[in-house]
Design a protein around this ligand. Structure first.
Ligand SMILES: [Zn+2]
Length: 610
């Protein structure tokens, strides 16, 4: 190590604090910036110590959150208790939103989050997982993560991982992880038991006929044919039927006004390759059959699910009744979805497959991977979900509410940088070359950067518009200028009207030709002192010579009504300070007078929100 013990301890404490605040993972960037803020003399040595810092951050990140908290309490007891207070605050603040659970006994509550590994987790999953976890914690109970994997045609190994990764990012920590497919033998034996008890039967009718009779409320012959029931049962469990030749149906009531009770399917044959079990199993339980048995078997006391399952609650309890199994309580909440940001795979998958979206983390999507890439922090999602509580109303909350939670958290942490869209050059006469020291944050000590300014800067096309000779404005943190003559801005500085790209990839797409930068239009101004005057317009700028072409992707609604929005991704081109290209992917910054952005590549960022 090229650092002394004291510095090492300080780095550890900073890394631990950062990790605890970010679900267990510290960001090297943030740790460096914090260290430079509190020990400015280390700036000169940054190159020598960065490897050690990186190793320490890795070490911290390899620990569990609990271990991090414990070490933090050990190294910096005062910080540790602050963390505890914060944690307490988080829970206190969350409680008013979640009503008490009926029948909950402290220490005995078990909730479960049962995602199907058939896609990438989205904001709707986040809501369910967070509510399940909050309730488990509220009553010092347990949370079970159960992959509901009983359809080999839809499930893939990568989706289990994507869900795990999403939960880890959200800071949701299950006490137990399992798969419904682990219990396939158990589910088969309950299926057989139910048939033997007269609660279910094997139906060999065609799909069309089943559908037709269900609509008419009439039973088929299979229901009453008792003669070969045992033969049929042996055949279906023995694997003698092929796909679509037979199903197992619940013996409900074919004339029940609740159509969910009209002999629903409990098992069907699917000849596919299951991500965990391969082709060993072909008789797969439906969600309707697996959910109540798994919930009961896993000791779940409170099972929460979205409201669209309401009609199937009766079936859930009927199955448990007939099998004489313990009944969990069922609770409902509304689905979470945003206007214009569909979570439906029917709407998203084709766009990903056709390459219209850059992937499942395209910033226009409501997937957790996309929200993360776009710059949302997990704490904001948690606070947002808890603010919604357990509402049953199907109103879609405005996306702006989530943005407001996020802004509140990231605003005090983000470095401020300058970016000028549609840049226009301003040549300043009568000025001596200067070195501007720009603060990385107006209030907090996040360090500063030094930019050499000779005599020309770029300002944004919008700020340049309408300027006339005699106007005085302040270049932020630099000096004031008085306009001598304006350029013909009409010809060069207008933004490209065709600036929306339907698909992009930050790696492949080079920034477009900077028409404006090479435009001959130059505004001429003269130095007008350095006094800060409240009423003077203040604009951000980029020094000529320090500029890098930079683009910001602005995600918009993906769908307008039922139509894919061709203008769902606006690309804004401009110049940024060269410093921006040193920032790592995923760094959250605020582009002054523009918005909060997440760095996506060395020459692009994604607008998180204004
Ligand atoms: Zn039948």
């Amino acid at each position: 190590m090229s650092i002394d013990e004291g510095t090492e301890k300080l780095i550890k404490v900073i890394a631990l604090k950062n990790a605890i605040e970010h679900g267990g993972k510290a960001q090297l960037d943030a740790v460096i910036s914090k260290l430079m803020g509190s020990r400015p003399e280390l700036r000169a040595k940054i190159k020598q110590i960065v490897a050690d810092m990186s190793a320490l951050v890795r070490e911290v990140n390899s620990m569990t959150l609990e271990a991090q908290r414990a070490l933090m309490a050990d190294l910096a007891p005062e910080q540790g208790s602050k963390e505890k207070e914060k944690e307490k605050e988080r829970h206190d603040a969350s409680q008013p939103h979640l009503p008490p659970l009926e029948g909950a006994v402290g220490g005995q509550v078990v909730t479960r989050f049962p995602p199907e590994p058939n896609g990438y987790p989205h904001i709707g999953h986040a809501k369910a997982a967070i509510i399940d976890e909050e309730y488990a914690r509220m009553y010092s109970g347990r949370l079970v993560l159960r992959f509901d994997d009983t359809n080999p045609l839809k499930e893939r190994a990568e989706y289990y991982d994507a869900i795990r990764e999403g939960l880890e990012w959200l800071g949701v920590k299950p006490d137990l992880e399992k798969n419904t497919s682990d219990d396939i033998s158990l589910l088969h034996s309950y299926g057989r038991k139910l048939i033997e008890a007269g609660g279910a039967y094997v139906c060999t009718c065609s799909t069309d006929r089943i559908h037709d009779l269900r609509g008419k409320g009439l039973p088929c012959e299979c229901r009453s044919e008792s003669a070969d029931i045992l033969e049929r049962t042996d055949k279906i469990f023995g694997g003698s039927y092929r796909q679509n030749e037979a199903i197992i149906r619940f013996k409900g009531d074919m004339s029940d006004p609740n159509t969910a009770m009209r002999d629903p399917t409990l098992f069907r044959i699917i000849e596919g390759n299951h991500p965990l079990l391969g082709d060993k199993v072909t008789l797969w339980p439906t969600y309707d059959f697996a959910a109540p048995i798994e919930d009961s078997h896993d000791g779940v006391t409170h099972a929460m699910r979205t409201k669209e399952y309401e009609l199937r609650n009766e079936l859930y309890f009927a199955i448990l009744d007939r099998l004489q199994l313990r009944k969990p309580r069922l609770l409902e909440f509304s689905r979470l979805e945003f206007d214009g940001l569909p979570v439906s795979k029917r709407k998203i998958t084709p766009l990903v497959q056709e390459g219209i979206l850059s992937g499942w983390d395209d910033p226009r999507l409501p997937t957790l991977a996309a929200l993360r890439r776009r710059g949302f922090v997990p704490q904001a999602i948690r606070r947002f979900v808890l603010s919604l509580g357990l509402t049953l109303a199907d109103t879609k909350p405005p996306f702006e509410t989530l943005e407001a939670f996020n802004r509140k958290i990231i605003d005090p942490l983000c470095m401020r940088l300058y970016f000028v869209p549609d840049p226009v050059e301003v040549k300043v006469l009568n000025v001596t070359p200067a070195k501007a020291v720009l603060k990385n944050h107006p209030v907090l000590d996040l360090g500063s950067r030094t930019v050499g300014v000779y005599d020309s800067v770029y300002i944004s096309g919008k700020d340049a518009e309408g300027l006339k000779a005699g106007d005085v404005l302040r270049l932020m943190e630099l000096y004031n200028i008085r306009i001598s003559s304006t350029a013909d801005l009409k010809s060069g500085s207008k933004s490209d009207p065709d600036s929306s790209e339907s698909a992009y990839s930050p790696e492949k797409h080079e920034p477009r030709e900077q028409k404006t930068a090479s435009a001959p239009s130059v505004i001429v101004a003269e130095y007008a002192g350095n006094e800060v005057v409240q009423s003077m317009p203040k604009v951000q700028w980029v020094a000529k010579g320090d500029e890098v072409p930079f683009k910001v992707l602005v995600p918009k609604e993906l769908y307008v009504g039922e139509e894919y929005n061709k203008n769902s991704l606006e690309v804004i081109q401009g110049f940024a300070e060269s410093f921006i290209s040193t920032l790592k992917r995923g760094t959250e910054i605020q582009l002054v007078r523009f918005g909060f952005c997440s760095i996506d590549s060395s020459n692009s960022a994604i607008l998180t929100h204004r």
